[in-house]
Design a protein around this ligand. Structure first.
Ligand code: ADP
Ligand code: MG
Length: 262
């Protein structure tokens, strides 16, 4: 315990909550698949940043988390790697069938951020190939990639909807407004969704430019069924965000890096 505290102090990590898992200073030691660690390596991502050292063990252990860290500190991979692991593990347990999914959902305050996040997800997802249902049948390859979807306004929705009818979707990156539309029209369900990330939660909830998505987010939350792990990232922690976290997260661990939001 003392060792953990010293490691956190050295890295400028503050972790609050019950039974916080220790920080881990290598991706390989986090039990991520080797192919994924290799793919990170190829991209120059060799050593985890402080938010990744503490955030990944917390999220991979299944706990709800609030992450507060400055811009450029590597928050994206802190929530996307666990999303990939959740998708892979769901697919291994009970393969998603046509028209089901997502298993993991990320909500973003802007289309631009949603698109960037989606691109990072695709890049690292392709390092993971899953055994296919159709192994050996009809000359299909025995492995397939996880499938992800970008759900946001301003793009032609038809290809997305066509995709959703013919194949399962594992990960979904969405803006709250567009997702709410699809949920209301029963185009998407969240019945198998077990992992939710709210990125830039302060922007999504407080920012009037993005329309103040709080109502939309709460509406999206109402579509979840069964157990859900919720993680939330925010640059600041004003009362409104704290209140939101209290209502949407269960016994969260708060991880604060580099005095961001202090
Ligand atoms: P933010 O915390 O602002 O969301 P990002 O997740 O977008 O930050 O990461 C910022 C940049 O740092 C990205 O270009 C990303 O590829 C890079 N990056 C993330 N993690 C690492 C790492 N462990 N080592 C090196 N570069 C990293
Ligand atoms: Mg970010």
């Amino acid at each position: 315990e003392k060792e953990r505290r010293e490691m956190r102090d050295e890295l400028g990590i503050i972790a609050e909550g019950t039974e916080v898992p220790p920080p881990i200073d290598s991706f390989a030691a986090m039990k991520l698949p080797r192919a994924l660690v290799r793919r990170l390596d190829e991209d120059g991502i060799v050593k985890p940043t402080p938010i990744q050292m503490q955030g990944l063990p917390v999220i991979l252990s299944g706990r709800d988390m609030i992450g507060v860290a400055f811009t450029g500190s590597g928050k994206t991979l802190s929530f996307l790697l666990p999303l990939l692991m959740a998708c892979a593990s769901a697919e291994m347990k009970a393969p998603l069938t046509r028209g089901t999914g997502p298993v993991g959902l990320v909500l973003c305050p802007s289309r631009e951020l949603a698109r960037q996040t989606y691109e990072v997800l695709i890049k690292f997802s392709n390092a993971l190939t899953m055994p296919s249902n159709a192994a050996g049948a009809g000359g299909e390859t025995p492995f397939r990639n996880l499938v992800h979807m970008l759900c946001m306004g301003g793009v032609d929705a038809k290809p997305q909807m066509d995709q959703l009818r013919v194949e399962p979707v594992h990960g979904m990156i969405a803006t709250p407004g567009r997702l709410k539309d699809y949920l209301n029209r029963r185009r998407i369900t969240l019945s198998r969704c077990t992992y939710l990330c709210l990125d830039e939660a302060d922007r999504m909830i407080l920012d009037n430019e993005s329309g103040g998505f709080e109502e939309d987010i709460r509406h999206v939350l109402s579509f979840f069924e069964g157990r859900r792990q919720t993680v939330m990232f925010s640059a600041t922690m004003p009362t409104k965000i704290k209140d939101f976290a209290k209502s949407a997260l269960i016994e969260p661990i708060m991880v604060n890096v580099g005095r961001a939001g202090a």
